[in-house]
Design a protein around this ligand. Structure first.
Ligand code: ADE
Ligand code: ZN
Length: 333
């Protein structure tokens, strides 16, 4: 039997919950700040890393939006995306469905075209040079208005072939899914898939409304569903995927310690849970480190790791034929 790190790396995996802006490593942040003549509020890389101490989601978001200010040009968005894709390659991620937050950039005067072109070029190059497939997800910022989300969707329509779904992220408490019911209905009518962050810090009621009012295909995080037995039964019966992010949950104090995380209990009860990195540059690890944390703190077995990898493929938006072929490869590792 090979060691767990090698086993996890060799399992072909999909990543379904990754914010491109959250993959901005401190070294690249410095480099882009220098390139663009921006002064960061940090003296050096060590000072950036030292600032990454969070007591909740909002603490993190404040720092994450500030970091995104260094992203200015198409080349910057390409470099950001490409650096993430190289991590995918090194860790056995064969398919990824990353989020980007257009409003984080358009609200500071960067054009939608600049960001979509840089991101899409890197994703395309990864397909040919790294053998990694991808579908992009446009995420609305939920602390902003429904009207702003409608405007963002309109702005994106000339590029509709470059993203597959819309999502919902940012500050969860006080911004329930139903605030965006109409814009999600419009996106679905236009043929987009839909996902939403729900039940990260917010209550199980937010997971219910993401399902019933937004009709989402997947729930991002969803860990607080564990508190609601009826909701758990629904997730199991309908095999609704949850894109869980263990290191994020402990860094943002959703769970006090990794040994308290409920992902493997949910897995063993038959919930379609998957393992993802969320914002790896801020939370201390990419997807393989998230699997490893479950091994180290929760004694995840090889069979559980394999099932989590299979779930990541099943829960993706890939066509059935490619799903079956990757799942066969997972069974052969
Ligand atoms: N934006 C980036 N990461 C996020 C998270 N974990 N929750 C909500 N919004 C986010
Ligand atoms: Zn997230």
């Amino acid at each position: 039997m090979m060691n767990m790190t090698d086993f996890i790396t060799q399992l072909p995996k999909a990543e379904l919950h990754l914010h491109l802006e959250g993959s901005l490593e401190p070294a690249l942040m410095m480099q882009l700040a220098n390139r663009n003549g921006i002064t960061l509020p940090y003296a050096d890389i060590a000072a950036i890393k030292a600032a990454y101490q969070f007591s909740n989601l909002q603490d993190f978001l404040d720092i994450y939006y500030q970091g995104a200010n260094v992203l200015q040009t198409e080349q910057d968005f390409f470099d950001l995306t490409w650096a993430y894709l190289l991590r995918c390659k090194a860790q056995g991620v064969v398919h990824t469905e990353p989020f980007f937050d257009p409003q984080t950039h358009t609200d500071r005067g960067i054009s939608f075209k600049v960001l979509i072109k840089g991101i899409s070029a890197a994703l395309k190059q990864a397909e040919t040079e790294l053998g990694i497939s991808s579908y992009l997800i446009l995420s609305f910022l939920r602390h902003l208005s429904e009207e702003a989300a409608f405007e963002t969707l309109e702005m994106a329509m000339p590029y509709r072939d470059q993203f597959i779904a819309v999502g919902l992220d940012s500050s969860e408490m006080g911004h329930p899914p139903e605030k965006f019911q109409r814009v999600f209905a419009k996106a679905r009518a236009k043929g987009f898939k839909t996902v939403a962050h729900a039940g990260e810090e917010g209550p199980p009621a937010y997971v219910w409304s993401a399902l019933d009012q937004l009709n989402v295909d997947r729930i991002d995080h969803g860990v607080r569903a564990y508190e609601d037995a009826e909701l758990m039964q629904r997730l199991i019966d309908e095999q609704i995927p949850l894109t869980v992010c263990p290191l994020s949950n402990t860094r943002l104090k959703v769970f006090a310690d990794m040994s308290d995380h409920t992902i493997l209990k949910m897995l063993d009860q038959g919930v379609m849970v998957t393992v993802n990195s969320d914002d790896p540059a801020y939370f201390g690890g990419y997807v393989a480190e998230n699997y490893m944390a479950l091994y180290e703190s929760l004694a995840m077995s090889p069979a559980q790791a394999r099932q989590l990898a299979i779930n990541s493929i099943k829960a993706s938006f890939l066509p059935d034929e490619r799903k079956l072929s990757i799942i066969q490869q997972i069974r052969n590792v």
